[in-house]
Design a protein around this ligand. Structure first.
Ligand code: MN
Length: 278
C-alpha cells in the first residue's frame, strides 16, 4: 500500500520520495512496535485522508494544495538505507523517511551529507538523544551524527526530559534548545524566527513523534507529557520546509500503543502539510 499523497509511479519525475524503514533493532524502549509504523501510517492515510462519494474517492488535501510530485519507494531494510537514500539524493529528490526507531536517522543523515556536506539539523524530540557513553542506538543519534552536521546551524525543539550527560553535551557543544515552555513564553512566531535564523541552506529535519504531547500523539515508544502541540509542530515544519530542506524523517510512531490510530493519522497529515510546503 502507498501513502495516499503519492501521485506518480515514476521516481525520476518526482520531487519527493517517501521511504518506509520498518526496523526497531536499535531501540531500547520497553514499548515495542515502531517497525509497524510505515505500514500503519500508509494504511491510515488511505482510509482517513480520503473521502468517498459513491464510487469516487477524493483526497483531503492541505489548504495550500499539493503541487509537487510524490513517489512512494515502499519499505526498505536497515541495510539498504545507504543505497536507497544515496539514490534518491543523487537524483536531487527530497527523501521523507518513516521509521522505525530513531537510530535510523543517523544512517540517513550520513547519506544525505555525502551530497550536501554538513547539514543544519532541526531535531524535534522530547529527548535530546545526546547520550555519548553508549553509541549506535536511538538515544545517541545527536552524538552519532556530529561528524555529518554543522552544529553551529543546528537546533533542538521540544526537549523536556534530558539525562544528566545529555545536559552536559548540550552545554559542551552549545546547542540551542527550544522547550515547550519556551514556545509558551516567546510565542510561535518568535520561535519560527529563531529556527529560521539558525539554519543554513542544507537543512535536514528529524521529527520524533514524541516531541508532540501524548494527548495528540499517544502512540510513541517513549511518551513524555508536557509536549508540543500538533499545530505548533506542523506550523514550524511548514516554515522550515518552505525555506528549503534536503530531507526529513518521522520516527518512533508506535501503533501498538496508539489510541484509535490517532498518532498514525497525525503523521500522515504532517506528511501532507510538509509536501504542500515543499
Ligand atoms: Mn528520539
Amino acid at each position: 500500500m502507498k501513502i495516499c499523497w503519492a501521485n506518480t509511479d515514476n521516481i525520476d519525475e518526482s520531487d519527493i520520495v517517501i521511504v518506509g524503514i520498518p526496523d526497531e533493532s536499535k531501540s531500547h524502549a520497553l514499548r515495542k512496535g515502531t517497525s509497524e509504523a510505515p505500514h500503519k501510517i500508509r494504511e491510515i492515510s488511505s482510509i482517513r485522508d480520503t473521502y468517498k462519494h459513491g464510487d469516487d474517492i477524493s483526497l483531503g488535501l492541505p489548504l495550500d494544495g499539493i503541487t509537487k510530485k510524490v513517489y512512494d519507494y515502499g519499505n526498505i531494510e536497515r541495510s539498504q538505507i545507504e543505497y536507497a537514500i544515496d539514490k534518491i539524493v543523487s537524483k536531487s529528490k527530497i527523501p521523507i523517511s518513516i521509521g522505525g526507531d530513531h537510530s535510523i536517522t543517523t544512517q540517513i543523515i550520513k547519506s544525505v551529507s555525502k551530497k550536501y556536506g554538513p547539514l543544519s539539523l532541526v531535531y524535534f524530540d522530547a529527548h535530546p538523544d545526546f547520550v555519548s557513553s553508549v553509541h549506535g542506538y536511538y538515544g545517541s543519534v545527536f552524538q552519532d551524527v556530529l561528524e555529518y552536521i554543522d552544529i553551529k546551524t543546528s537546533i533542538m525543539v521540544g526537549i523536556r526530559t534530558p539525562e544528566r550527560e545529555e545536559i552536559d553535551n548540550i552545554k559542551k557543544y552549545d546547542v540551542p534548545v527550544i522547550t515547550p515552555f519556551d514556545i509558551i513564553r516567546n510565542g510561535i512566531q518568535k520561535t519560527e524566527e529563531t529556527i529560521l535564523d539558525r539554519i543554513g541552506k542544507n537543512t535536514y529535519v528529524s521529527l520524533d513523534m514524541d516531541a508532540i504531547d501524548p494527548a495528540y500523539a499517544p502512540g510513541v515508544s517513549v511518551p513524555v507529557p508536557l509536549g508540543l502541540r500538533n499545530t505548533e509542530v506542523a506550523f514550524l515544519l511548514k516554515s522550515i520546509v518552505k525555506k528549503g530542506i534536503r530531507g526529513l524523517d518521522i520516527m518512533e510512531t508506535c501503533p501498538n500503543y496508539d489510541i484509535k490510530d490517532r498518532t498514525s493519522h497525525l503523521a500522515s497529515r504532517i506528511i501532507s502539510e510538509v509536501i504542500s510546503s515543499a
